[in-house]
Design a protein around this ligand. Structure first.
Ligand SMILES: C[S@@+](CC[C@H](N)C(=O)[O-])C[C@H]1O[C@@H](n2cnc3c(N)ncnc32)[C@H](O)[C@@H]1O
Length: 262
């Protein structure tokens, strides 16, 4: 596995914009009545938002799971009573006792095979429990398509061994059907466009550097990644125009479901 390129400081540059979908997802959850309730946050990152989740929904135990050393290093500082963080891969995670809330904000887009993934994570939702997932669905924007196109060009394609990051995210109605098939009797699934006003088009590069581009960064030498960034920036600014401010519409799929009590 290539090294971890997650960087809490880079990711946090758009903290306000990036945390709004988390709060919108949190608002979709019903307060947990089961005592003592258990929750899990899959791909918890720095854990700051996991703590908000833990304190808001009324569970006594919450686990934050993430595979990144760098993100989890920050999580240690927010651990509190009933809140713990563990390192692991979402696609291998299993917990036999199950959870009243299985939550994931901006992480499952990194995990392949959503058919089996949703079966696995919904299998950990207890009767009466809830599943809440938010994922970016912006792969058709120039910010993303240009990143993939430059990655396929010389000299980057050779260093990447032809790797191009796949988009695992399916259309909203696919998740709605999946929740139905997996026995969620109540559900709400929607596509939401977040209207981000960035000071200039060049800022889109800073945005994707904190997320999408980490996948290319970890597969290249620092020098080659610097060249990649230069080529990407030049092409992207050419395509977007050198606008100030720049309007960056960002689509996200919001998924909530609750299982019947028995
Ligand atoms: C965009 S960040 C979101 C972090 C946090 N949920 C938030 O809203 O601030 C995505 C996180 O998912 C984690 N991640 C990606 N793929 C993962 C996997 N297969 N297993 C565990 N964590 C993963 C990354 O390490 C990163 O911390």
């Amino acid at each position: 596995m290539p090294p971890d390129a997650w960087n809490p400081a880079q990711y946090g540059k758009f903290n306000t914009e990036r945390s709004q979908p988390f709060y919108d997802l949190l608002d979709m959850l019903k307060r947990v009545e089961a005592r003592p309730g258990r929750a899990v946050d899959l791909g918890c990152g720095t854990g700051a938002l996991t703590r908000v989740l833990h304190e808001r929904i009324g569970v006594s135990a919450t686990t934050g799971l993430d595979s990144s050393d760098a993100m989890l290093a920050a999580a240690g500082q927010v651990a509190t009573e009933g809140l713990r963080f563990i390192q692991g891969d979402i696609s291998e995670f299993h917990d036999a006792a199950g959870f009243d809330v299985v939550f994931s904000n901006a992480a499952l887009q990194w995990v392949p095979e959503h058919e089996s993934l949703f079966e696995a994570i919904s299998g950990m939702v207890r009767p009466g429990g809830q599943l809440a997932v938010q994922m970016p669905a912006n792969d058709d924007h120039l910010s993303h398509s240009t990143a993939h196109r430059i990655a396929a060009e010389t000299p980057f394609a050779a260093a990447l061994g032809g790797y191009i990051r796949a988009s695992w995210v399916r259309p909203p109605e696919w998740y709605s059907q999946r929740l139905f098939d997996l026995g969620f009797s109540e559900q709400s699934v929607r596509l939401q466009v977040y209207p981000h006003v960035l000071s200039q088009s060049r800022d889109v590069v800073e945005w994707v550097k904190g997320s999408l581009l980490t996948d290319y960064q970890r597969r290249m030498s620092p020098q080659l990644f610097a060249e990649y960034l230069e080529a990407y920036t030049e092409e992207l600014v050419h395509l977007l125009g050198d606008a100030e401010p720049y309007f960056y519409p960002f689509k996200r799929v919001m998924i909530w479901g609750r299982k019947p009590q028995t």
